[in-house]
Design a protein around this ligand. Structure first.
Ligand SMILES: C[S@@+](CC[C@H](N)C(=O)[O-])C[C@H]1O[C@@H](n2cnc3c(N)ncnc32)[C@H](O)[C@@H]1O
Length: 223
């Protein structure tokens, strides 16, 4: 039987923003089981959606889930690294969804990715970004920081709810993220910082309530 995954707070905000007549959508970093992409397909019944990832196992899991849903006919899933040149023409997508993915890129990779995202986004199209920001709780705890690479702007640290889990991410302030987007030609439509309890399990049933909520930046930009 197919599993049902809950929508996150930031995913719901993106769904609200989406116009139901949107036709071409790119989701960078497919969600667990393709659940966000299914919700996007339901909100936009005419849309063709491309959902990418660099995680082969995650892709197989998502494909296995998606095959149970008729909306999956409109969702193409694939391995594709957003920091590399993308195989789409200029001005292809009306909407690009990038929730909790761009913070995995180094400063240099993010530059390349934003050049490509700008190129493939249609003029007047929207890019929705959610990334962890530099007010994350771990960053206030020197004992959680393992290293910081000045060249790449990447921080390696112990993630809060599993002390043994080591993560590497690029943390940007909301101001820094906006400035980078503006420097790539995007126009800021809205920007908000908020806290969100991220799920700790694949099925999105357990929120990380025993620990601190995550601090996120959401930016919506247009081309
Ligand atoms: C934390 S998950 C977020 C998934 C989804 N966007 C959501 O909101 O639930 C991160 C996803 O981004 C993908 N990812 C990480 N680096 C990537 C890259 N360079 N290019 C494309 N996808 C990437 C991962 O494989 C994973 O699917």
């Amino acid at each position: 039987m197919e599993k049902v995954f809950k929508s996150s707070k930031s995913e719901k905000r993106a769904l609200k923003l989406l116009d139901k007549n949107t036709k071409k959508i790119l989701s960078i970093g497919i969600s667990t089981g393709g659940s966000a992409e299914l919700n996007i397909a339901r909100k936009c019944p005419q849309a063709q959606i491309v959902a990418t990832t660099i995680d082969e196992k995650g892709l197989q899991f998502s494909n296995a889930q998606l095959k149970n849903f008729k909306e999956a006919e409109r969702i193409v899933t694939k391995i594709e690294d957003v920091s590399k040149k993308m195989p789409y023409g200029d001005n292809t997508f009306d909407f690009i969804y990038a929730r909790l993915v761009l913070h995995y890129l180094t400063k240099q990779q993010l530059e390349k990715a934003l050049n490509e995202i700008y190129r493939v986004l249609k003029s007047g199209g929207k890019l929705f970004i959610v990334a962890r920001n530099n007010k994350e709780w771990e960053l206030t705890k020197p004992e959680f920081i393992i290293s910081y690479n000045e060249k790449t702007n990447m921080t390696t640290y112990y993630e809060q709810w599993k002390y043994e889990v080591i993560r590497t991410r690029q943390f940007l302030s909301t101001q820094q993220l906006q400035e980078i987007l503006i420097s790539h030609g995007f126009k800021i439509e809205r920007c908000k910082e908020y806290k969100e309890y991220l799920y700790t399990d694949y099925e999105r049933t357990n929120k990380n309530k025993s620990s601190k909520p995550n601090y996120l930046t959401e930016v919506v930009v247009t081309k």
